[in-house]
Design a protein around this ligand. Structure first.
Ligand code: GLN
Length: 474
């Protein structure tokens, strides 16, 4: 598929129409059905939007996202279009309202072509936890695409859409982006409205952007960011202006912080090779490299999994078979049995594991030992980052310890699966912006991503550095 910027110029010159490009996308999605990236394709809605885009191009008034073809992770609410969270619980759930991001992208001329597969309720790192089957890595070979935004990531990596939205609670946009060789961006907590995103762990959840380059990411971010009166956690800031910023030349000198080498001990040799070679390129291009110490990195994963499961156990209490979603049939009219059976049959194994873990860490006997301690550890992570960013523009680190792994490789060992988020969860704990960019390949030709993190609300500058680093690396 041609890049959005190439498409936009062609559409402005009248050599391509949005209707044709949308039709092509829909037929390509059909051809690539084996990837299992899409759960719903909305052809008629997309073609109706495309007709409007054609008019805007014809009259010389294209909006910011005019004619851009977009896929949405299926935990983002779309009015009149099924939103399943890849769960049997919501298999037939059709929302009555749009998420704010959906209204905003529509208002800017974006075209939603479908809803993408994910790990059930965004819980997972391999997209093997979907009630509707796993997503295939575009390179095949029984590899996982990462998760939980696996469908959205594959939709971009396979060239089916220009942009896809995912959600990132502990790395679910950046981790699959790294494994599939695309750009994955998680903004500062509160920079993109989460109204209409089905909640997993509310203090960590962010909607994030997947695209094949940083400039499309920046354009999209500018279109959907900014305060939303429907989400009280959004920051009181207008939409970003990152597209203009990224075009400025790279600063002559800038400071890049790196973790101590001991923190990278768990990384695959190929990941380390790419990491050190890219660091060398940064040094050659004017970066001052300084050490960063963020205390307690061995506690990042446990802290994340205590807090995320605690919040999930509360958020998912609403799925009770009464209000909406799946209801199990029961022989008698026992209400409690109906609720238990609906949750037992409606949720998959990983979701149930998390609800049980979360209920446990919040229980009165263990609250102090786990939940309260995790809150304190979270504060230390934030303090550590604050300290790093008084000295450095960027923290540079791998996105994942390994390239894409095989299907089934980690499903029997949840802790091994959880460790693939080793480098991503801390950004969510601290609420800071982070982006994964393609940076190289393994000896077997699998994509490897590197991550850039910046201080809260430095999203525009983060995209600016990412844009330039991407060009230096590729
Ligand atoms: N893989 C992590 C988890 O399973 C992150 C999920 C996410 O960011 N949604 O919780």
């Amino acid at each position: 598929m041609i890049s959005y910027s190439t498409f936009r110029i062609a559409a402005q010159n009248g050599t391509i129409t949005t209707t044709d490009s949308t039709r092509q996308v829909v037929s390509e999605i059909e051809k690539q059905k084996h990837l299992n990236a899409f759960l719903t394709v909305c052809e008629s809605e997309a073609l109706a939007q495309a007709a409007t885009s054609d008019k805007h191009f014809a009259t010389g008034s294209p909006r910011l996202l005019e004619g851009m073809v977009i896929a949405l992770k299926d935990n983002i609410s779309t009015k009149g279009i099924r939103t399943t969270c890849a769960s049997k619980m919501l298999e037939n759930f059709v929302p009555v309202y749009n998420a704010t991001v959906v209204d905003r992208m529509n208002a800017h001329g974006g075209i939603i072509v479908g809803k993408t597969n994910l790990d059930e309720f965004a819980m997972g790192s391999s997209n093997e936890n979907s009630a509707f089957g796993a997503v295939e890595h575009p390179l095949g070979d029984n590899l996982v695409p990462g998760g939980s935004s696996g469908g959205s990531t594959v939709a971009v990596a396979a060239g089916l859409v220009h942009v896809a939205l995912g959600s990132d609670t502990g790395g679910s946009v950046r981790q699959p982006a790294a494994l599939c060789g695309v750009v994955g961006f998680k903004p500062t907590y509160g920079r993109i409205s989460r109204y209409g995103l089905v909640a997993f762990a509310s203090s960590l959840d962010q909607i994030g952007i997947l695209a094949s380059d940083v400039s499309t990411t920046a354009r999209f971010f500018d279109a959907i960011s900014g305060i939303d009166e429907r989400d009280s956690t959004t920051a009181e800031l207008p939409a970003t202006q990152s597209l203009a910023m990224i075009e400025q030349p790279l600063l002559r000198s800038f400071t890049v912080a790196v973790l101590p080498d001991s923190e990278l001990a768990g990384c695959d040799a190929d990941v380390l090779k790419v990491y050190y070679s890219r660091l060398e390129i940064l040094r050659q291009n004017g970066a001052t490299i300084i050490p960063a110490e963020i205390p307690g990195s061995t506690a990042w994963i446990p802290t994340y999994y205590i807090l995320a499961t605690a919040e999930a156990s509360s958020n998912l209490a609403r799925f009770d078979g009464v209000r909406y979603g799946f209801r199990a049939t029961v022989g008698d009219d026992d209400e409690d049995a109906m609720i238990v059976r609906s949750r037992t049959q409606g949720f998959g194994a990983e979701v149930k594991r998390r609800i049980m873990l979360g209920t446990y860490v919040l229980s009165s006997g263990y609250y102090d030992a786990y939940y309260r301690k995790a809150q304190k550890a979270r504060r230390l992570v934030l303090n550590g980052y604050n300290d790093v960013f008084t000295k450095a523009d960027i923290l540079f680190l791998p996105t994942t310890p390994t390239p894409a792994f095989k299907r089934g490789e980690k499903t029997a060992d949840p802790v091994a699966m959880y460790l693939s988020d080793y480098f991503t969860v801390s950004a969510n704990l601290a609420g800071i912006p982070a982006i994964s960019i393609p940076a190289g390949t393994s000896s077997e030709g699998l994509p490897i991503g590197m991550q850039l993190q910046a201080k809260s609300f430095d999203d525009e500058r983060l995209l600016y550095f990412a844009h330039h680093f991407y060009q230096l690396f590729n």
